[in-house]
Design a protein around this ligand. Structure first.
Ligand code: C5P
Length: 294
């Protein structure tokens, strides 16, 4: 008998190419303006029938999640919420093949949750609209709506509103981070206590015709407002930024999101690969990987 393999749904790691904090809501949540782009570093999700809900984690990153309760995993939260919304018993085995480092601000958990919603819609053949999926995603966490359409988007509001992004050429990046996380709530708390004034949203043109012009714009007209707060929470972040700033051919070096992952952008894949290899060789306290963005 031929048994077909379950379909694989790709969950891509994201980076925040800029992040401006534009205000604070009465409940303490912050308003953002952030150009989010997705990389080819990814996890995958697949769904098969089962007698009861199960989550099976495989892949090079499974150790990131060892010891964590599966009920706390965003995949489980997404699956249970989706099943409840559409009155389906969540009797599925979800396999999460994990490769995106956890706790580094790469949005791996959010991407997994978004991929789970789409995978379950297809598996149960439920006519859920994009609006339905957005509604469920926004109840789980801030980045999940953006991860439902993994092309570059501008995230605004508290992270759940999406605007179209400027078009820009394919870029390559070295993602690098210390081997310790930067808990998002602590970074926002440090930012709130810092008294740094709020920023205006970035005013992007519709498109950029070269990687150089795009990165020059990012460098001169945008920033990551959480950088100092992230360093205050995890001082090792400063060392990673300093390491990336030694790469003279990098078009832009910056912290992604609330950290602890930082990135350096390059025009070619060769440069990104070479630098990632060198960092992994010379800095055992830092992890680095070359990725494509676009
Ligand atoms: O949404 P997520 O679970 O990633 O948020 C973690 C924490 O980060 C929140 O509890 C809040 O303290 C902070 N946060 C914020 N403003 C946002 C998103 C997150 O203050 N827009």
């Amino acid at each position: 008998m031929l048994v077909s393999s379950p379909e694989l749904y790709v969950a891509r790691a994201k980076i925040n190419l800029h992040l401006h904090i534009t205000g604070r809501r009465d409940d303490g949540y912050h308003y953002l303006d952030s150009l989010v782009a997705f990389t080819d570093l990814h996890d995958t999700i697949s769904v098969s029938p089962a007698a009861s809900y199960q989550l099976h984690i495989t892949g090079t990153g499974q150790s990131f999640l060892s010891g964590c309760d599966i009920e706390d995993n965003l995949v489980t939260k997404a699956a249970r919420l989706f099943a409840k919304q559409f009155h389906v018993a969540p009797n599925v085995l979800i396999t999460l093949d994990k490769h995106i480092p956890s706790g580094g601000g790469l949005g791996g958990g959010s991407a997994d949750a978004a991929a789970t919603l789409i995978a379950l819609r297809d598996f149960w053949n439920i006519p859920a609209t994009n609006r339905d999926l957005h509604h469920i995603a926004s109840q789980i966490g801030s980045d999940i709506v953006a991860c439902l359409h993994p092309e570059p988007v501008i995230m605004c509001g508290t992270g759940n509103d999406i605007l179209s992004a400027p078009r820009f050429p394919i870029l390559y990046a070295v993602l690098a981070g210390p081997r310790s996380p930067c808990p998002t709530p602590l970074v926002y708390k440090a930012y709130a206590h810092s008294g740094v004034p709020f920023s205006e949203p970035a005013a992007f043109p519709d498109f950029f015709d070269s990687a150089f012009s795009f990165c020059t714009f990012l460098k001169t007209c945008t920033r990551n407002d959480l950088t100092q707060a992230s360093i205050a929470v995890n001082p090792d972040v400063a060392g990673v930024i300093a390491e990336l700033e030694t790469l003279s051919d990098a078009l832009l070096v910056r912290l992604s999101g609330s950290g602890s992952t930082c990135f350096a952008l390059f025009e070619t894949e060769d440069k990104a690969r070479l630098h990632a290899t060198q960092i992994n060789k010379n800095r055992p306290d830092v992890w680095a990987v070359a990725v494509k963005i676009g």
